[in-house]
Design a protein around this ligand. Structure first.
Ligand code: ADP
Length: 286
């Protein structure tokens, strides 16, 4: 169990990136969803011992993360947002190198591990190719392979599908979903579908604060029968914004559609919609 308690962080330029964040995260896939600038990477880097908060604590089991960084690093697998690779080194060589760094000294054991990882992330046929020639999706799958070395108990993946095309994203998410249920996996993302596809537990973070927390399906259930939509002119959006609790206005088939939250049928030409996690997201970040 990962227990984050009253975590706050202000950068030297005065930006308060985390404001009293408290989250308890159990085993399984946890989605941390929020817009750009919400504080996700700050939180991920702090859990990964790469930077310190100003106040608050993070406990992973009985490891006090800010005080026992080496202990935490031994059980951590981390795929950072900006994942640099040595372009001239092959995936196989790089995994051997990282495995050696993580203390797997036995040649035979290391060879078996590297082979198994390359197969798991579906890169075995590309094992000798230099990493510089990998596509975005292949790099991210390689990133998961390196994060899995050393049987981590806590895996952090920071915005892994940003920049992937739909097929690469699907492949990457399928791979993530295979990672055990018996460890804590935190998926930080601004992509709502990543969370609805993968996570049983989630939080929405905005402006450095946790603004929503729970099981995605239950959150959506709570909004069911309360979402209404209507096609409107682009210049009418501000009218609906002032008249109703607007969830979002989005283009659909070239025209504007507004989605509102209303406990009962608002009439006025609105139609009922099924609630989605996107509605939960937009209701909470604006
Ligand atoms: P996210 O990962 O959700 O996009 P970040 O944690 O990267 O959010 O950023 C949160 C806020 O902190 C943003 O306003 C960002 O500009 C600011 N920020 C992030 N890193 C730094 C830094 N090293 N120095 C100053 N401000 C930073």
């Amino acid at each position: 169990m990962l227990q984050i308690t009253n975590l706050s962080k202000t950068y030297p330029n005065g930006v308060q990136a985390l404001k009293d964040v408290t989250l308890n995260i159990s085993n399984g896939m946890f989605g941390l969803l929020g817009p750009n600038g919400a504080g996700k990477s700050t939180l991920m880097r702090t859990i990964a011992t790469l930077q310190d908060a100003d106040s608050g604590t993070i406990m992973f089991g009985d490891i006090d993360v800010s005080k026992q960084k080496q202990e935490l690093r031994k059980v951590l697998g981390y795929l950072p947002q900006e994942f640099g690779v040595y372009p001239k080194v092959s995936a196989e060589e790089m995994l051997h190198y990282i495995a050696r760094l993580k203390g797997i000294a036995n040649d035979k054991e290391r060879k078996e591990l590297v082979k198994a990882l390359l197969e798991q992330v579906n890169l075995y046929n590309h094992r000798s190719k230099s990493l510089g020639g990998y596509s975005g999706g292949m790099k991210q799958r390689f990133g998961i392979a390196q994060a899995l070395i050393g049987n981590p108990k806590l895996i952090i993946v920071d915005e892994p599908t940003a920049g992937l095309d739909p097929a690469e994203r699907l492949r990457f998410n399928n791979l993530l979903s295979e990672i055990g249920e018996n460890i804590v996996v935190i998926l930080s993302t601004h992509i709502v579908d990543d969370v609805s596809e993968l996570c049983k537990d989630m939080a929405i973070i905005a402006g450095g604060k946790v603004v929503q927390r729970g099981n995605p399906e239950e959150l959506v259930q709570g909004l069911e029968n309360k979402v209404w939509s209507k096609r409107v002119g682009k210049d009418e959006v501000s009218h609906y914004q002032s008249e109703y609790k607007l969830i979002l206005a989005k283009l659909s088939g070239g025209s504007m559609k507004v989605y509102i939250n209303n406990d009962t049928d608002p009439g006025d030409g609105f139609k009922p919609e099924h609630a989605t996690l996107e509605d939960i997201y937009f209701s909470n970040i604006s």
